[in-house]
Design a protein around this ligand. Structure first.
Ligand SMILES: Nc1ncnc2c1ncn2[C@@H]1O[C@H](COP(=O)(O)OP(=O)(O)O)[C@@H](O)[C@H]1O
Ligand SMILES: [Mg+2]
Length: 267
């Protein structure tokens, strides 16, 4: 099961990613959590204390690692064939919930300095994680899909786009869904988050219907989760909160859906 989470900044991607990771783990899946947001903070939600979280060096900034994989001895020329499976063993961070966390760092667009080698390692690593590994993989991403090269995107089982009821979040969700579709991601679904009123829920429902988006579920505004966010607390002790229970229901839905799709020979 490979799940990518996207959406506009602040809509609740990290909450959904952490919630799914915890729910999958609790239900027997060996799970790898990937923080692919340029401003990573999944570690905190998975129970790593702030001081330790701040000391994590993202893969893309680990020059020794990048060089060890890509250096050819010739300036400006880097190797393209290298193994990445050892990176998971050596650089994933164990979290208190038993999940392995990998912090990817930024993938910069081409032409913005000497980032090609790092980009190449990140993309290969993600491809390995999504295409070749047996574990469940949950990717906490930004709004763009830069991390996903072709070949990787097609093997993502679900792209879940998180949005609240704000017009800008929904518009971003719509743009991402078009991009994801063009990338060849088979299942793209919307998640309505931070729902406090029927107006918010109905706004998301109508927007989804008008734009041909399927809603995987709605997550209520949850004061327990909001407080954890303010304090930078772990979500581990909060698995019974209303928001995390809603995310657990979404996990159940997509696992069931995937089983049905596979039995019908679809992706
Ligand atoms: N359903 C919710 N109920 C209460 N607070 C929420 C909810 N969803 C997100 N938040 C809070 O909103 C903030 C932004 O959420 P986060 O998951 O970090 O967004 P993103 O990863 O998309 O930037 C966090 O402080 C989080 O705790
Ligand atoms: Mg986030």
């Amino acid at each position: 099961m490979k799940i990518a989470i996207t959406g506009k900044g602040g809509v609740g991607k990290t909450l959904v990613a952490a919630g799914l990771v915890l729910s999958l783990t609790k239900n027997g899946y060996s799970t790898i959590a990937i923080d692919a947001d340029p401003t990573p903070n999944l570690a905190l939600s998975l129970g790593i204390p702030l001081k330790e979280a701040n000391e994590i060096i993202p893969i893309s900034e680990n020059n020794i690692l990048i060089d060890s994989k890509t250096d050819t001895g010739y300036p400006g020329i880097y190797a393209l064939n290298f193994s990445v499976n050892d990176i998971i063993n050596n650089y994933s961070i164990p979290t208190p919930g038993g999940v392995s966390l990998l912090v990817m760092g930024t993938v910069k667009s081409m032409g913005s300095g000497c980032t090609c080698a790092a980009n190449s390692v990140i993309r290969s690593l993600l491809r390995h994680l999504v295409v070749e590994r047996d574990e469940a993989v949950v990717l906490d991403m930004e709004a763009g899909l830069e991390h996903l090269g072709r070949g990787t995107a097609e093997s993502v089982d679900y792209m879940l786009i998180v949005s609240d009821a704000n017009a800008k979040s929904l518009n971003t969700a719509r743009m991402i869904s078009i991009m994801a579709h063009n990338f060849g991601i088979p299942q793209i679904m919307l998640i309505g988050n931070r729902i406090e009123t029927n107006l918010q829920k109905n706004t998301i429902k109508k927007y989804a219907k008008d734009h041909g988006l399927i809603v995987a579920g709605y997550i209520p505004f949850d004061s327990v989760v909001a407080k954890a966010g303010i304090n930078g607390d772990s979500l581990l002790p909060m698995q019974n909160s209303t928001a995390l229970r809603a995310i657990d229901r979404i996990r159940r839905l997509i696992v069931k859906q995937r089983t049905i799709n596979r039995s019908q020979g679809k992706h």
